[in-house]
Ligand binder design. Sequence first.
Ligand code: KG4
Ligand code: ZN
Length: 324
Amino acid sequence: MKILAIESSCDETACAIVEDGRRVLANVVASQIKLHAQYGGVIPELAAREHLVSVDDVVEHALNEAKLALRDIDAFAATIGPGLIGSLLVGTQAAKTLSILNEKPFHGVNHLQGHIASNYLESELKPPFLCLLVSGGHTQLLDVQDYQDIRLLGETLDDAIGEAYDKIARLLGLDYPGGPNLDKLAQTGNPNAYDFPEAQCQKPYDFSFSGLKTAVMKCIEKSDHTEESKADIAASFQATAVSTLVKKTLQAAHEFKHTQIAVAGGVAANSALRKTFETQCAAASIGFYRPQMKFCTDNAAMIASAAYYTPVTHRIDCDVFSRA
Ligand code: KG4
Ligand code: ZN
């Protein structure tokens, strides 16, 4: 079963072809980073226009990369939400058109289910597992009982962790996209230089990052703005954020008796998060899974995989999972 998927929910126009939910035959991503970098963030209207320009090219590229023709494709898919509406419309309408013309099914995919499925690409991971989904828009702890039975254990009550990374990166004078640049800077600083607060939430698996963000912002204002203090602030912020994420995930793994943990979403590319999980999961004899770097940030291969495992999605918003 070969599925061609398009992802255009934010600032990446992507097309991929995946066989049986796991084997990636093509993975093409046209990034809009250069376009949005000059504004320091994504401008929705510009993103949608750029998707219109790139969408035909990425589909053609993907077919060439996989050495396939449209008649070889068994189903078409696209991200239908959540995301920027103008951007989503471009990818969705393109994939629907291809499905009608080629008389093959169309699957609308929820972007969050896509991020979870990034762990199935070129991997052996099967449910049940615990998934920490950390992206620019979401921070969720999910109990993945089966491909279609996913329960929300907790989520952020305010900022998503990727959003906190991007805001702090901007205040430190780093270029967009902030997350990866802050990650790089943090590797040169002292993670114990500053003692930032870890939020306490009423429910054990909820998260809150606005207090941490404010504490870091105040610290930046008071600092001497040297490269050294910037690196120390970045490293201390990263250490606090990673500690919270890993601690809660491991606590949930013990409570719900999971022997496998997976991370997903753009922040799953973070070096400290990956390293800390690797060490702590090994110590607790828990299997740790993380997508290849190119499948962490937005891509269409994860959408094709989710279309295979979750062919029917009714929810286009963030509330796709039921609360545990
Ligand atoms: O999953 P994604 O590409 O888009 C959303 O669905 O939001 O995630 C993008 C987010 C951005 O906030 C970006 O700064 C963050 O992931 N990110 C990182 C790293 N790479 C991407 N954050 C921390 N460290 C990284 N290495
Ligand atoms: Zn995403």
